[in-house]
Structure formats: C-alpha cells, structure tokens
Design a protein around this ligand. Structure first.
Ligand code: HEM
Length: 411
C-alpha cells in the first residue's frame, strides 16, 4: 500500500485546484470506508461507488434527518429551524416530496423550455458580441437564476435582488456581516449560516402570501396550492422549499455549466465532436454533470450499529458520502478522469444523488437548462478558447467556479 496522501478532504483548500482526484483514488483503493476528522469531529468517508449507493438506498439505517445533511453538527434548535425536504426521512420525506412534486412534473418542466431558450439565446448572443468574457458572469451564473426566478414567478423588478441573495448563499457566513440584509436571526439557525438565506426565506414568505391572495400561473402558486389527500405545505414548509429551490436551482447548475465550458476549453476535440454530431447533446449533458460533480458530498447519520463493506459503524456516527469520488470510480467509469461526451453515463452518474428517496427533484430542470445551452452553442457554431485560468471557489461542498475567462469565437 502506498502512503496515504496527507490531505484532509473536508478541508476547503484541498479543492483550490479542483477535486483532489489522486486523494480519492487512493482512498477508494486503500481505505474506502475511512475514519477521518473534520474540525476535530470524527466521521466516516465513503468513497466507493457501490458503498455510496448502499448508503443512499437505506434511509432507515443512514438518516438524512438525524444530523441533517451538512458536514458540521448543529444544535437541535438550529436543525429544527433549518430543516427542509433534503433533511428529512420517511414518512415526513414522502409527504414533502409528494407536495413538492408539482413543480417538476414532465408537463411542467416542458413548459419551462421556451423561457429557458429565450434566456440562453440572449446570453449567448451577448457573449458573441463581447468576444472575451468571464463565463461565470456572462453565462453560467445568470442562466439558472434567471430561469428559476422566472418559473417561480418572482416579479421582474426583484430578479436582481434574487441574484444578489443567491450569490451570497454558500459563502455567506464568511463574507457577510451577520446583519447584512437586516437579518437578526442567529446565523446558526440559517442554512449555510448565511443572512442571505434569511432574506430569501422572508422574500419567499411574502411572495407566498401575495399568491395566496392573488394566484398566478407560476411555481409559487403551484407549491402553495399543492394538495395531497387534503394535506398542504405549511407556510414555513413552503418558505423553506422556496429557499431551497432558489439555492438548489442556482448554484448547482451554475457549477455544472462553468465546469462544462472549462472542460470544452481544455478538451476542444469534444466540442468539435458535438458540432459534428448534435445527436451527442444528451450524452454531453450527462458527462458534463458527471465531470463537474457540482455537489461534492452529502452527510448521513447512522441510526443503529451497522456494518458497511465490513467496517463497523456505530449508532450516531456521521457518514459522509463523496459523489466527488463515486463519479470517478474506475470500476464504474473506465478512464474516469477523461472528459468524453460519448461515454455511457446515464443512469450511473451520481451527481444528482444515487438511487434512493432523495434523488434530486430538480434534475429534469437542470438537464433541460444545460441541453438548451448546448443547443444554442451548436446552433451558433461557438467555440471557447483559453483566455486565463479558472478561479475556483474555496469550498468543500460545491465544486464551484468563481471566474472563468474565455474568448468566444463563431464559425
Ligand atoms: C446540476 C444541477 C444539480 C445537482 C448536481 C443537484 C444535486 C443534488 C443532490 C446530490 C441531491 C441529493 C441530496 C441527498 O441525497 O441528500 C439533490 C436534491 C435536491 N435537489 Fe438538486 N441538484 C441540481 C439541480 C437542482 C435544481 C435545478 C433544483 C430545483 C430547482 C434542485 C432541487 C433539489 C431538491 C428540492 C432536492 C431535495 C430532494 C429530496 O430531498 O427529496 N436541484 N440535488
């Protein structure tokens, strides 16, 4: 056995140059259920594909509710205040999932297509006009937030405010004053410790009240009106869902697009392939989402003494599942570090979560946005060229990109 790399995978600096693949590869081969420490607290790191699937399929043993899905431990009060669908177990989870579903039926997602295409077209035309762009500012940040704001039914004059809030969600606790946006709630009670999360929650709540009084044909109205067997989302459950959708519908898809365009810049042959055969677009969407792995990990907590791949795990232990590793498990994806839009990725890719109850509710929307963007790139004959290095977000949770300079050309 070669020596273990001296890098802790929950340390945000480990991602400054992207996912530390050499560390995860070593772990998969030598210590696949590894006892690790984050901020002095022990946890199990699950890095092999098969073990990650075992965990996500078994919410009775590996709970999303007991310690929630964040790496760090929270007080009971904080968990109660922050909990949304993602941090629940059956039967509560089944209930919220059924009430959240109306947002993502095939018919509804199809109805988002034209608005998405209009936004993508405008952004791509502007990018061509500009010549050299920051891909993040010009394309990958505005596309998902404008789409989600549009489909939620946020009035156009508030769209910029939504963008601002969502920009400050993940890094919020570190970069914003606690009272930014007039927040007086202790940060510990807010998702991502972010005052922007509080503002989003309050904004969502007010919009929900407005739609209760005056329903529109939008997602907020669909969520507050959703009814299953006489049951509805409470006002707080709805506002938590609103907040999660703005975050989940934004940061993740943005990250996929930024990493995807970087992959095309560094592998120009793959973009040429797409231009030659647009029939490859659906496969390219999947490979981009695998290669990007926008969410690096999620956490579960063992509800009982158990065993995983021969390793004993005690009740209450923290179990962290690493999509950033499973998506590059060579036993499932041969030559995993190669970006290859022709590889069969679906249905194995775990960027949206593996099999199990919590698989991403917004996956059809994320796929739609990336597909429409690729169609726009192909329709215009666009190429992206290196104009500077990618600047990554310092995070152990999202594989984020802060800036990506690129020159855009058209043939
Ligand atoms: C490429 C983009 C996306 C990625 C990589 C992604 C990733 C994920 C992952 C990994 C989970 C599972 C969490 C777990 O098992 O603990 C999840 C759940 C979820 N995602 Fe996404 N997501 C994306 C886009 C979206 C979009 C566009 C939306 C909505 C607008 C969305 C809404 C949700 C919701 C509501 C859940 C919770 C589902 C549940 O707990 O039942 N996601 N996502």
């Amino acid at each position: 056995m070669s020596a273990a790399p001296d890098i802790e995978i929950t340390d945000a600096t480990a991602y400054d140059d992207g996912i530390p693949h050499e560390v995860f590869t070593w772990m998969r081969h030598n210590d696949p259920i590894a006892r690790r420490h984050h901020a002095g607290t022990p946890y199990w790191a699950v890095t092999r594909y098969a073990d990650l699937v075992t965990v996500t399929r078994d919410p009775a043993t590996f709970s999303s509710a007991r310690g929630m899905t964040n790496l760090w431990d929270l007080s009971q009060e904080a968990m109660d205040a922050r909990r949304s669908i993602i941090d629940t177990d059956p039967p509560e989870h089944v209930r919220l999932r059924r009430l959240g579903m109306p947002a993502f039926t095939t018919r509804r997602v199809k109805s988002y297509e034209q608005a998405t295409r209009d936004i993508a077209d405008e952004l791509l035309d502007d990018a061509v006009g500009a010549g050299t762009i920051d891909v993040v500012r010009a394309i990958s940040a505005p596309l998902p937030i404008r789409v989600i704001v549009d489909i939620l039914g946020v009035p156009a004059q508030d769209a910029d405010y939504m963008v601002e809030l969502s920009d400050h969600l993940v890094e919020g606790g570190e970069s914003l004053a606690p009272d930014a946006y007039g927040n007086t709630t202790p940060l510990e009670l807010l998702p991502f410790n972010s005052p922007a999360a509080h503002a989003l929650f309050e904004y969502g709540r007010a919009l929900g009240d407005a739609r209760r009084a005056d329903p529109h044909d939008d997602l907020v109205t669909a969520l507050i009106q959703a009814e299953v067997d006489g049951d509805r989302l409470s006002a707080v459950e709805y506002a938590n869902m609103f907040q999660l959708l703005v975050f989940a519908g934004n940061e993740t898809t943005r990250t996929a697009i930024s990493n995807g365009i970087w992959a095309f810049i560094t592998n120009p042959d793959q973009l040429e392939l797409l231009h030659q055969d647009p029939g490859l677009i659906d496969g390219a969407v999947e490979e981009i989402i695998r290669y990007a792995t926008p969410i690096l990990h999620m956490r579960r907590t063992a509800t009982t003494d158990t065993e995983l791949a021969g390793v004993r795990i005690a009740e209450g232990d923290k179990v962290v599942i690493w999509y950033a590793s499973a998506n590059f498990d060579e036993s499932v994806f041969p030559d995993p570090l190669r970006f290859d839009i022709t590889r069969p990725v679906k249905p194995k890719m775990v960027s949206f979560g593996a099999q199990g109850p919590h698989q991403c509710l917004g996956a059809p929307l994320a796929r739609l946005e990336i597909k429409i963007l690729l169609e726009g790139i192909v329709a215009r004959g666009l190429r992206f060229h290196h104009a500077g290095d990618i600047v990554r977000t310092r995070s152990n949770f999202v594989n984020g990109v802060a800036a990506l300079p690129a020159r855009v050309s058209q043939r």
